[in-house]
Design a protein around this ligand. Structure first.
Ligand code: ADP
Ligand code: CIR
Length: 351
């Protein structure tokens, strides 16, 4: 495995790397941080390995564990401010809004444009490290703790947990194609240690209607996901909030920091850790030379439809809120809603 010096050599020697890691890990910061260690044993090498081996990264840095956000704050804080476009790290307390007075509903009642809607949050157990410092035993123990909390899901949220270990390849493939399940093919995450000891300790929980699910030990310890066909953002969001409340009341303790909100493996996700997305048909908008600028104006990120770093299929894009920190959960969803409405209006004009 490449040493810290080798990793730094690759990064500092590259001339066309545009990642936030390259921008913010100056020589001075590198020198100040290179010998530091967290109490989980996390190092700078573990934080920057993915970004140094994948010079086409957008962000390029992960936190080795929750404490990494303090020990390596010098570089991580700069990356966080840049990614989330905030000047200060003063993330507000969680606020999901008044669910009885949401001022959005179905974003596409015609059903002609939005294929599906999904809102997810990431959560990390505060007593465990992140993937690079986790052992197989810890992952398995974490899976057990998490399964116990699933017992609290009732009514609409009640369901069953399926470990990846022992699941047939056909089932995995089908669930991945249906956009439910994750897989181990992201080179950025792999180099960050995200697939260590694959696939033990990983799995997926489904409710009966298959519109609420939880990923266990994918990139984050937990990803709570609400999704369904069509554009009914209000129904998807309300279901997710219900699940967050149940998980929070289940006795699990999640990693959180004053000013940073909920901590996640990737600094792009912390704060609310919320990504609200639609899969939407925007072939005309996407063909415009200013598609990216248009999305940027609304803080919208466009991804392909099989997850980050994938391509669009048939003019359908995954459009979501890019920022997750410095705004409340409700504001993050509103930001996505405004952006999606603007994209929809422009697509209609261009058709
Ligand atoms: P995240 O970081 O939110 O987990 P990814 O880009 O890695 O997102 O995507 C994870 C999975 O979720 C992929 O299979 C992707 O196709 C699916 N997905 C994301 N948004 C939607 C959506 N609005 N409708 C259906 N599937 C979605
Ligand atoms: C990268 O730096 O490109 C990968 N490590 C993925 C970062 C997460 N991306 C994002 O925009 N949320």
């Amino acid at each position: 495995m490449a040493s810290l010096e080798e990793l730094w050599g690759k990064l500092s020697g590259s001339s066309d790397c545009k990642s936030l890691l390259k921008k913010h890990l100056t020589k001075e910061r590198y020198e100040a941080l290179k010998d530091k260690k967290t109490k989980f044993g996390g190092t700078l090498a573990e934080c920057i390995r993915s970004g140094c081996l994948n010079l086409d990264s957008g962000v390029g840095i992960y936190a080795c564990d929750p404490e990494g956000y303090t020990v390596f704050a010098d570089v991580l804080d700069a990356v966080i401010k840049d990614y989330h476009k905030v000047e200060k790290l003063d993330h507000p307390e969680p606020d999901m809004g008044d669910l009885d007075k949401l001022d959005f509903g179905d974003l596409d009642p015609s059903g002609d444009y939005i294929v599906s809607t999904r809102v997810r949050v990431g959560r990390s157990h505060d007593s465990y490290g992140f993937p690079p410092v986790l052992t197989k035993q810890e992952r398995l123990k974490m899976e057990e703790d998490t399964k116990a909390a699933f017992e609290k899901f009732s009514g609409e949220l009640a369901g069953k947990y399926f470990p990846l270990e022992g699941m047939s390849k056909e089932d995995q493939k089908q669930m991945t194609e249906d956009h439910f399940l994750f897989k181990d093919d992201d080179r950025f995450l792999r180099d960050a240690g995200g697939y260590n000891d694959w696939c033990s300790g990983r799995g997926i929980f489904f409710n009966t209607a298959k519109n609420f699910l939880v990923w266990v030990n994918e990139e984050d310890h937990l990803r709570l996901i609400s999704m369904q066909k069509g554009g009914d953002l209000a129904a998807v969001y309300k279901r997710l909030v219900m699940a967050i409340k149940t998980m929070t009341a289940s006795g699990l303790s999640f990693a959180k920091r004053q000013g940073l909100g909920y901590l996640t493996f990737c600094p792009s996700n912390l704060g609310t850790a919320l990504r609200a997305s639609v899969h939407m048909k925007v072939p005309n908008l996407a063909a415009q030379p200013d598609f990216k600028e248009f999305c940027d104006k609304y803080h919208i990120q466009a991804r392909g439809i099989h997850g980050e770093h994938t391509e669009s299929v048939g003019g359908v894009y995954d459009l979501s809120n890019k920022r997750r920190l410095g705004l409340t959960e409700y504001e993050a969803v509103q930001e996505m809603r405004r952006g999606v409405e603007a994209c929809l209006a422009r697509e209609k004009e261009l058709a």
